[in-house]
Design a binder for this molecule. Structure first.
Ligand code: EPZ
Length: 419
């Protein structure tokens, strides 16, 4: 286990280079098993979620080589084995092996996936979609057995624009007989990134990035090279940090369009930004105004930036209201922020209030999930004095080289291993 120690109150200045998207990379890696030739994926972030997927691929018998940000995967000799529950539980994205292995072997046995405790996180939409494609799903406790004589294209409407279900059903449908249409599909940037990767391997997917995705099944997928899209949640996290305590902080290697909803929110609360082709430059304003946040599916305000921006709003003048519409347990960071001097109140599991500005003081706090951890790192960097963030392994799951990136812009921060 690790903890992060921060000496806060330092103005941060300089450049942060954004890494490849965690939520894209964790789908691209399992997608590689759809092809029985070697595939190469670049700009893969070096985070523990990727280590866990590497472990799963190796367990199945794939040959995986990683050099810096490039991962080569040869799954020509993989076996269709039951992945041990303790490995599946390491992350939510292990469930992408359901769609990928079902597509390749027409059978997959898997345990219910892991992931941050931000809600119940059901997978009913994934399973319903697999059944629409002709598969049979057997549930035995938290073990799922999904089999299909053959997969046939179908029209699938998602009750909710689920990111995971959209990607998993694309993986399951790329080699199905005939045409599949996924309507009410998610539109996040990583959906487009995965569809492009599959098309580079010879799939025939159109409409990714819109709410209707059409997939014409193909026989074979061939080797391909692909690049992970920049992480727009990491981008937004550093933009929020810069808005709190940055001076001419440059967040580079980004796609500004992917953080459009955050840009407009930050402008609304008084942050001025220089927006370039692939960078944004921000200095914290003297005053921040309150605002209301409602999380929505892309391109609405991302739920994954709700906890980071709640820290910023503790520094804004007035009462801000947060309406979290995606996850039912995503306010756990507010209790920790209150320990540091914030004034927040969780009214229901979807509504919270933040009153500011309040002076934050360094304290020992607990990360309860990945983005809650990010919210506490921002708080520690703003606060006077020393902050200790326990359970920091959550944070290492999704933010590549966070200690180095923050140190390079003037933060006094270090990681400690707890034996
Ligand atoms: C992905 O989770 C991300 N994780 C999450 O990021 C992100 O918060 C979420 O998308 C929304 O953007 C990965 O990509 C690995 P969903 P996912 O399926 O796919 C309900 C982070 O911090 N739902 O879009 O699990 C679900 O309960 C993580 O990086 C069903 O009801 O999200 C939720 O209310 C946290 N049945 C909503 O849909 C299903 O079968 C959104 O879920 C699937 C989902």
């Amino acid at each position: 286990m690790h903890r992060i120690i921060i000496e806060g109150g330092k103005e941060l200045s300089g450049e942060v280079k954004i890494s490849g998207s965690k939520n894209s990379a964790v789908a691209l890696v399992p997608a590689a098993v759809l092809c029985d030739e070697e595939v190469t994926i670049a700009n893969v972030p070096n985070i523990s979620d990727i280590d866990a997927l590497d472990e799963i691929l190796s367990y199945l018998g794939a040959k995986v080589t990683r050099k810096n940000d490039v991962i080569k995967i040869d799954s020509s000799k993989i076996e269709n084995k039951l992945i041990p529950e303790n490995i599946t539980k390491k992350l939510r994205a292990s469930y992408y092996f359901m769609g990928a292995l079902l597509s390749r072997f027409k059978k997959v046995e898997m345990y219910f996936p892991g992931g941050c405790s931000i809600g119940a996180r059901p997978i009913n939409l994934h399973l319903k979609g697999f059944e629409a494609l002709g598969a049979k799903v057997k549930e035995d406790g938290n073990l799922f057995t999904i089999t299909a004589d053959h997969l046939k294209g179908a029209k699938i409407n998602l009750d909710f624009a689920s990111v995971g279900a959209t990607i998993n059903l694309m993986l399951a449908a790329v080699k199905a007989d005939g045409i599949t249409v996924i309507s009410n599909a998610a539109k996040e940037p990583h959906i487009v990134n995965v569809a492009t990767f599959l098309n580079n391997m010879g799939a025939r997917i159109s409409g990714a990035g819109t709410s209707e995705i059409k997939i014409i099944g193909v026989e074979h997928l061939h080797s391909s090279f692909h690049e992970v899209v920049p992480d727009y949640i990491e981008t937004g996290t550093y933009m929020i940090l810069a808005s709190a305590i940055g001076k001419d902080m440059v967040i580079s290697n980004i796609i500004p369009d992917h953080v459009e909803s955050l840009i407009s929110k930050l402008e609304e609360i008084g942050v001025s930004m220089e927006i370039g082709i692939d960078f944004i430059k921000i200095s914290a304003p003297l005053k921040l105004k309150q605002t209301n946040i409602k999380t929505q599916v892309y391109p609405g305000f991302p739920t994954d930036l709700q906890q980071p921006i709640s820290t910023l709003l503790t520094q804004a003048e007035g009462k801000s209201i947060i309406n979290e519409t995606i996850w039912e347990n995503r306010f756990l960071n507010l209790h920790e922020l209150n320990k540091m001097g914030a004034t927040t109140e969780t009214l229901t599991n979807s509504k919270a209030v933040i009153i500011g500005p309040t002076k934050l003081k360094g304290k020992t706090v607990k990360a309860t999930d990945l983005r809650a951890g990010a919210s506490l790192v921002i708080a520690g960097l703003i606060a006077d004095g020393k902050t200790v963030i326990e359970n920091a392994d959550y944070i290492l799951r999704g933010y590549e080289n966070i200690i180095e990136k923050l140190t390079n812009i003037g933060a006094k921060i270090r990681l400690e291993e707890i034996k």
